[in-house]
Design a protein around this ligand. Structure first.
Ligand code: PMP
Length: 283
């Protein structure tokens, strides 16, 4: 069934939505995006996503196509028009269309595109049994803190994982895990400390990461934001990932080696439970 999508001021059937071939998002991946999850027809953690969108735009000196309030109104209209109870709203801002040139063109109008996708978020089979990951060199660029649509390296890592019979990849740089291909990565040490990479240019500041760390702290769980090696991950009691659409998802094996007893760990399950409880309360 055709969706109603949003393109530069218009709500249109997806077949009628068009973007210029000169759009810099298409030519240069000169574009940033956000994905907000939807539960019970309501946006989850959207304020955080709007904050990060602003930051990504500012880092790239890109014009804001609309205010956060205007964007949220469009998101809500799309949710309603497409009858989304559970799923996501994707939004993308590009620098707009201009003659092909590496330098940023002056005064182009940014493009704003948004669409919805239905997805079962609450009853995820992967969350029940946990996911398997392989490790793969992190070949992405060095500004991973900006959420750009330049996702080919992440896509390649995911394909490599699938070819190896795994669900996803954890990316590794200088011997340390940076993050998952589309998630933040965590381990739980044998003494029950949650360890995840510190923020910086090397990883995306996950909105779900922020919420998960706050909830873990409220539960009295010890947290360390620092680099960890693949060996440390292999020796961990548990591992898990977070992202807007997967919430907290346990990782049960890395490079074919079981983590803990090879089933979802208690801390990951607890954090998933309290994250979803809070999200459902807000929704
Ligand atoms: N890191 C990367 C590389 C991602 O693509 C994502 C998901 N977009 C995340 C982390 C998680 O971020 P969030 O919790 O805001 O979805």
């Amino acid at each position: 069934m055709s969706r109603i999508v949003y393109v530069n001021g218009k709500f249109l059937p997806e077949e009628d939505a068009k973007i210029s071939v000169f759009d810099r998002g298409f030519l240069f991946a000169d574009a940033v995006y956000e994905v907000s999850s939807v539960l019970n027809g309501k946006l989850i953690d959207n304020e955080g996503h709007m904050w990060r969108l602003k930051r990504s735009l500012d880092e790239l000196e890109m014009q804001h196509p609309a205010s956060a309030e205007e964007i949220e109104t469009i998101q809500k209209t799309l949710i309603e028009k497409n009858g989304i109870e559970e799923g996501l709203v994707y939004l993308q801002v590009t620098r707009g269309a201009a003659d092909r040139d590496f330098t940023y063109p002056a005064n182009t109008k940014p493009s704003l595109v948004m669409f919805t996708q239905k997805k079962n978020l609450l009853e995820s089979p992967q969350a029940k049994v946990g996911i398997t990951v392989i490790t793969s060199p992190d070949i992405r660029w060095q500004r991973r803190d900006i959420k750009t649509v330049s996702l080919l390296a992440a896509s390649m890592a995911k394909m490599q994982a699938k070819a190896a019979g795994a669900d996803d990849a954890w990316l590794v740089e200088d011997g340390f895990v940076t993050e998952g291909s589309s998630s933040n990565a965590y381990i739980v040490t044998q003494d029950g400390t949650v360890v995840t990479r510190h923020l910086g240019n090397e990883i995306l500041a996950g909105i779900t990461r922020k919420a998960a760390l706050r909830l873990a702290e409220e539960e009295g769980i010890k947290i360390e934001e620092r680099s960890f090696t693949v060996d440390e991950a292999l020796a961990a009691a548990e591992a898990f990932v977070t992202s807007a659409t997967t919430f907290v998802t346990p990782v049960v094996s890395i490079d074919g080696q079981k983590i803990g007893d090879g089933t979802p760990g208690p801390i990951a399950q607890k954090l998933r439970g309290i994250y979803m409880e809070e999200a459902l309360k807000a929704s």
